[in-house]
Design a protein around this ligand. Structure first.
Ligand code: ADP
Ligand code: ZN
Length: 432
């Protein structure tokens, strides 16, 4: 059963709509100060756009552009028509602001509702949103989607874990939105309270906003006895509701009636061969207040080849491998935090949290990985722990090709915030 018409469009229908909507988006964008100047500089004429190949000739928009245009250089309609603004979390630097008109919010809510409906959430479900509200789009963005779908929606917000648990049990919550690091933390708190996470009524979890691995998903699904669906979005493209897993749990359908997606080589900006990893670039097709054209997301992913068994034609992107900015270069080797997570989360002795620390000792870079060990394993004798440490070290070395120092620490001892997890602490350069 499909939520709306566009969900079942064929490739021809998608492409036809994309061209028309792209032209409209460009016309709209040209009214903004930023794109007005950019289009003049690059000789972009929205009316001359004939086919989707023309997208590649349009200039990129970067996070730096959005920062420089702060606060309203990308506004394409009068300020008075705007009804909401969000700013991105600022994970990688100064935040950027995104405005929405009433129509924009309407469009966003329906995209989000489509995602939730796709995995089987229905108006009879009770939905608890456990992510921060306020400027972060995971709050209101998901909230209005759940309401649009018709769920009783509990705006729990982030943190206050005991209250979250009380709400879940008192109101028989069957669907939640939660970020991965907080979900793992929630499981710890439940266990401390003597509650088996699997005994909660939750059946569906929308999990996203930060990278996590397949191993972490399986862990969550087993612990809570629920289905975890990967949810991808970014403030610049509204927020959640951009790409979402179907029940196949194999890649996220990126809604192509709403966005044009490309994957490019982050160095050259040229398209990567089909199916290869690169930077996701996106263009909004449905936003009137502040269209964004060919936005360099800095997120690394690939298009999954072939049709999805679910029958939806909207192209699937793979789980986000990380951000271009997340790449650690140590001893000349490139490492992504998710490579480390994939190894750790697959080991049953490893707890829910880890931290990567980079140091410079003399002229040598050093990588230390602090790993929480589950309580039941931490009480083992020294020999067993040393054995575990060696196993972790050797598996990590095989994956990341440098030998890390592995420090085993007690469960729940590493810092745990309410927002996006900070996986890497780089102390290099701070001592010089
Ligand atoms: P910020 O870029 O400051 O964190 P946002 O709150 O807009 O601001 O977050 C969007 C970013 O979050 C994305 O660009 C991506 O890096 C990350 N993200 C969102 N959803 C996912 C997901 N499902 N998997 C991995 N990363 C995600
Ligand atoms: Zn599918």
């Amino acid at each position: 059963m499909l939520y709306d018409d566009a969900e079942k469009w064929s490739r021809e229908e998608i492409e036809k709509a994309q061209i028309e909507r792209l032209r409209r988006s460009l016309q709209q964008a040209a009214a903004s100060r930023f794109y007005g100047a950019l289009f003049r500089e690059h000789g972009v004429n929205p009316d001359a756009v004939r086919g989707l190949d023309d997208v590649r000739r349009l200039p990129f928009t970067t996070k730096k552009d959005l920062r420089e245009a702060y606060p309203d250089g990308l506004l394409a309609m009068p300020h008075a028509d705007m009804v909401r603004m969000h700013v991105s979390s600022g994970t990688t630097g100064a935040p950027t602001v995104i405005y929405h008109t009433k129509n924009d919010l309407d469009w966003w809510a329906s995209l989000m509702a489509r995602c939730m409906h796709m995995v089987g959430i229905r108006p009879t479900d009770v939905f608890q949103n456990m992510s921060g509200y306020g400027l972060f789009t995971g709050g209101l963005g998901i909230h209005y989607g759940a309401e649009r779908l018709g769920c009783l929606t509990i705006p729990a917000g982030a943190g206050n874990t005991k209250r979250q648990i009380k709400l879940i049990t008192d109101f028989n919550v069957t669907a939640v939105h939660i970020i991965p690091s907080y979900a793992l933390h929630l499981a710890n708190v439940l266990r401390d309270m003597g509650v088996d996470p699997a005994s909660l009524p939750i059946r569906f979890a929308l999990v996203g906003a930060e990278p996590y691995t397949e191993a972490a998903r399986r862990r969550l699904e087993e612990m809570f006895d629920m289905k975890v669906y990967n949810s991808y979005g970014l403030s610049e493209m509204n927020g959640p509701g951009v790409a979402f897993e179907c029940t196949e749990q194999h890649g996220m359908h990126l809604w192509e009636d709403a966005y044009i997606a490309e994957i490019v080589d982050p160095e050259t900006g040229e398209p990567v061969p089909e199916g290869e990893l690169g930077e996701l670039v996106m263009t909004t097709l449905g936003r009137e207040g502040m269209p964004v054209i060919r936005y360099r997301t800095r997120d690394l992913t690939r298009f999954l080849p072939g049709p999805c068994p679910c029958g939806r034609v909207h192209r699937r992107i793979d789980r986000i491998a990380g951000r271009c900015d997340d790449m650690i270069i140590i001893k000349g080797v490139n490492i992504y935090p998710m490579q480390v997570e994939a190894i750790l989360m697959a080991m049953p002795e490893v707890g829910q949290n880890y931290l990567i620390e980079l140091d410079r000792v003399g002229v040598m870079d050093q990588i230390t990985i602090k790993v929480e060990v589950k309580e039941e394993f931490f009480v083992e004798d020294m020999r067993a722990l040393t054995g575990l440490q060696k196993r972790i070290t050797s598996r990590l070395r095989d994956e990341i090709l440098v030998t890390p120092r592995v420090e085993l620490v007690e469960a729940k001892s590493l810092p745990q915030g309410e927002g996006k997890a900070k996986r890497v602490v780089d102390k290099r350069g701070t001592d010089s």
